[in-house]
Write a protein that binds this ligand. Structure first.
Ligand code: SIN
Length: 486
């Protein structure tokens, strides 16, 4: 921010933040600390967002032999020639400072007996660089701490149990947000509404992760990008037709030695390869063994290291110390979203986006594990600061369009037609889905005639070098434009 925000008319906020996950809470805090007036809109009570459920941690180069450059190299390798490299440099360069800032503010990360931060290993990382809080309860600890900081900070008005239903947009500029409890006018509006992985029926995400942010932003006139790239997490519990189906077994447990076994009890892949490779290996092996399941062997893992994972498994009727757990890929993280620059600026003036609903291009075609919580902090702060510099404009008429959530039929269709393995003939059927994001996913996945990262086509199995660094932009009129981001 270049200075104190210019005077605003009565009743208008400097920043309206939509969503109170890690990104929204942190962005609200940063903006208010910089002197901005903030209105934080949260569909649920604070600290019950999707970030709350995050089992993974924050990735940052903190170990003495590690550097942001090595972290960047791993991120680029996992992203399969689709990462926007300046965004990767920002993420990996700012990550260690973010961790120091959080520690200085009193965030309690897990530590070794000598007091140093505990650093875990996850797939695709060449160094131990994942920090957790409360073991696999990082999301809960982080959002709880951030929510307390927000409550103690002057300048933030929290509107809980309030849902964004549209943006206050005239198609040229965003002037705030329309909620089910009335409009909120703001100098800048920051979408931090989380991901879209619950649009797939089989998912590790809570129900609310239905991509409302991209749907609302697109209807208001913003561009979306990389919608064909969803990450399918390899180790979601396979328990069809039970409430446990799709629940996540954190990758950190593979970092500590859990192994994947096929039907004959043989190991068949490197459990710590990047996620798209592990998912592909599981799918191939399931096909080879005619649909019979893959299992994750936790026999070598001390339960006290992952108490909440073991408790969850036991509650669901598994005996993790005695019998390997059936697992299969489930939708976990959306790499695509609202197209933004490195300061979270969307293509609609006055609208910013950060966190999983946004697409900076930092994750490319396959996100490196635990880069997403880091992303919430790094890009959440940048977007909040940039938003405070906006010049306020006179709001126009309130638009008539309102967000409608997807039906169970859409979730079923997205899973069946645009799942971990997809074919053109199936994607064509998704294009006309009534939920706009489902149709847009169908359209972009159909247009990308290759396999890369999270996008695996059975009719185009190869990666095509000509499509390296080529992003598919979904325009507000529903057309698709290929673009290179430098
Ligand atoms: C996990 O703990 O396996 C998930 C973390 C992440 O998605 O980064």
């Amino acid at each position: 921010m270049s200075g104190t925000p210019a005077e605003l008319p009565e009743g208008r906020f400097d920043l309206a933040v939509i969503g109170a996950g890690a990104t929204g809470l942190w962005a609200a805090l940063c903006a208010a600390e910089a002197g901005g007036s903030v209105c934080l809109v949260s569909r649920k009570p604070l600290a019950e967002s999707a970030s709350f459920h995050a089992q993974g941690g924050l990735a940052a180069a903190l170990e003495p032999s590690d550097t942001p450059e090595l972290h960047a190299t791993d991120t680029l390798a996992a992203g399969r020639n689709l990462c926007r490299s300046p965004a990767v440099d920002v993420l990996t360069g700012e990550a260690p400072g973010i961790v120091r800032d959080l520690v200085d503010r009193g965030m309690k990360f897990d530590r070794e007996p000598d007091g140093e931060l505990s650093l875990a290993l996850e797939g695709g990382h060449s160094r131990r660089r994942i920090i957790h809080a409360g073991g696999s309860r990082t999301g809960r600890e982080l959002t709880g701490t951030l929510a307390r900081m927000v409550a103690d900070q002057d300048g933030i008005e929290v509107r809980e149990e309030t849902s964004a239903t549209a943006l206050w947009s005239d198609g040229e500029r965003c002037h705030g947000v329309i909620t089910d409890r009335g409009p909120i006018a703001s100098r800048a509006t920051l979408m931090a509404s989380g991901g879209a992985a619950a649009l797939w029926r089989r998912t590790s995400n809570p129900w609310g992760a239905i991509g409302a942010g991209p749907v609302i932003a697109s209807a208001a006139g913003a561009e979306l990008a990389d919608l064909e790239f969803c990450q399918f997490h390899p180790t979601c519990i396979s328990a069809p037709d039970t409430p446990t189906d799709g629940a996540l077994i954190t990758e950190a447990i593979r970092g500590e030695g859990a192994i994947l076994l096929d039907d004959s009890g043989e190991r068949f892949t490197d459990e710590l390869a990047p996620r798209d490779d592990v998912t592909a290996a599981i799918l191939d092996r399931i096909e080879q063994q005619e649909g019979r399941e893959i299992r994750l062997d936790l026999g070598a893992i001390p339960p006290e290291k992952f108490p909440s994972v073991f408790a969850m498994l036991e509650k669901a009727g598994f005996s993790p110390g005695e019998r390997p757990i059936p697992v299969a890929p489930g939708a976990h993280y959306m790499m695509g979203g609202i197209a933004v620059d490195l300061d979270g600026r969307t293509t609609l003036a006055g609208l910013y986006a950060a966190g999983e609903c946004a697409c900076t291009g930092v994750h490319g075609a396959n996100r490196l594990a635990s880069n997403s919580l880091t992303e919430c902090f790094v890009f959440g702060r940048r977007a909040a600061m940039a938003g405070l510099d906006e010049t306020p404009a006179e709001p126009g008429e309130i638009p008539g369009w309102r967000f409608e959530p997807p039906t169970a039929a859409t979730r079923e269709a997205v899973w069946n037609l645009a799942g971990p393995l997809r074919a053109g003939s199936e994607l064509e059927q998704l294009v006309g889905d009534p939920y706009p994001l489902a149709g847009a996913i169908g359209k972009t996945a159909l247009a990308r005639e290759e396999s890369r990262g999270g996008h695996r086509r059975t009719d185009f199995r190869e990666t095509r070098a000509v499509l390296d660094h080529r992003h598919l932009i979904f325009l507000p009129d529903g057309s698709i434009e290929p673009r290179r981001w430098e």
